[in-house]
Every structure is written in C-alpha cells, then in structure tokens.
Design a protein around this ligand. Structure first.
Ligand code: SF4
Length: 201
C-alpha cells in the first residue's frame, strides 16, 4: 500500500507541472464542439457510468436540493468480504438506464455536473491527453474554450490523484464490521449502507 501511495504522490507532483498551454494546444489540435446530442449521458450508446467524488456529490446536493441517495450509488462491484458484504470504491451518478439528470435531452444539473461531464470527451492518463469516442471531435474549438477545458482537465486529474491517495490512506481492506451490507470506500473512509437486494452489482 505504501508503495502505491508513494507512486501516487510522485504522480501528483508531476501533475502539478503539467503545461496547461501545451494541453490547450493538444485539445485544439484534436478539435471539439459539443453537439448537445447527450449520447454520453444515455445508456443506448454504451457505458454512461460517471464517477463522482464526495465533494462533488455534496455540491450537487446543495445546488439541486436532492439527497445523496437520489444522486449517487455505489460503483458496481462483485468484491465481497468474509461475511458476503459487497465492497466497492467510490460512487457513480445514479442511472435509470440514462443518467437521472437527463431530462428531454438536457442536463438538469448542468452548472454543477461532475468534472468528468465537464471535460468529456477528454481525460488525462499518466499526464497525457486521451480522447473518448464523441461525435463532436474534430470540430473547431476556440482558444478560450480549449484553455478552459485544459484547466478543468488538469484540476480533474489532480483531484482524482488526491482522492486515490486519501482513499488508500483510509483503506483497511475488505473487512466486515459496518452497519449494512455494502461498503463504499472513498477518500472519506468507509460508508456502510444497507441494500435489501444483496445481489446488487
Ligand atoms: S450529469 Fe448531466 S452531463 Fe453528466 S451524465 Fe448526467 S445528464 Fe449527462
């Protein structure tokens, strides 16, 4: 565990040095304009899982007035402890097929949507720009918008690394002992919840 944390701490140092201007140039070269097709939010076009961190969940709760249970659900998992409780890492936006916030093709949480949504179809891996499938790729993007996405991407990447470090520092393994039958491990520790359907996956 210590080795993994040390690796992430080094990755965090590298992340802080990411050249935002270069990143913006790379985004501009890839080109992007959101076509508002909402395919990334819909189930019929593939995996529409959106990971969401505790602080993002709280922000969405504040802005929408919804409870956490209405927004986020444990990341699907098949890992269990010795008593059959399910263990998982982090949360995902609740879906009913499509994301619960998608109504009539529009995001009802647009202003406070998670960083993943704000930066889609881009993400950083080992500090390098990666691109997911998206109909808006290859379209002309302004300097201002490419800079904005670059800044958000860097912030998202740093946040993801920090979350991982905190999660590992609090992680005590897949052990029973909480009040519930599903345990979500995140940067704030263990969250035990009860699901009547232990077949949850
Ligand atoms: S939060 Fe909004 S942008 Fe993100 S997946 Fe849901 S509907 Fe789409």
């Amino acid at each position: 565990m210590r080795q993994r944390i040390a690796y992430l701490e080094k990755t965090l140092e590298d992340a802080a040095r990411i050249d935002e201007k270069q990143l913006a140039d790379d985004i501009k070269a890839a080109g992007f304009k959101c076509k508002k097709c909402a395919q990334c939010c819909k189930a019929e076009y593939g995996d529409n899982t959106v990971s969401v961190f505790p602080r993002e969940i709280r922000r969405i709760c504040e802005k929408t007035g919804l409870y956490k249970e209405g927004i986020a659900t444990p990341t699907p998992s098949e890992d269990t402890d010795s008593e059959g409780n399910i263990h998982t890492f982090e949360w995902v936006l609740r879906r009913e097929g499509d994301c619960v916030f998608l109504k009539n093709g529009l995001c009802q949480a647009y202003e406070c949507r998670p960083r993943i949504c704000k930066t889609y179809p881009f993400y950083l891996q080992e500090g390098h720009l990666m691109v997911s499938e998206c109909a808006g790729l290859g379209e002309e993007i302004s300097d201002e918008d490419s800079k904005k996405i670059a800044a958000l991407l860097k912030e998202r990447y740093i946040t993801e690394i920090k979350e991982s470090i905190l999660l590992l520092e609090r992680f005590r393994g897949f052990k029973p002992g909480g009040m519930g039958n599903i345990c979500v491990h995140d940067s704030e520790g263990e969250h035990w919840i009860y699901s009547p359907n232990i077949q949850y996956r």
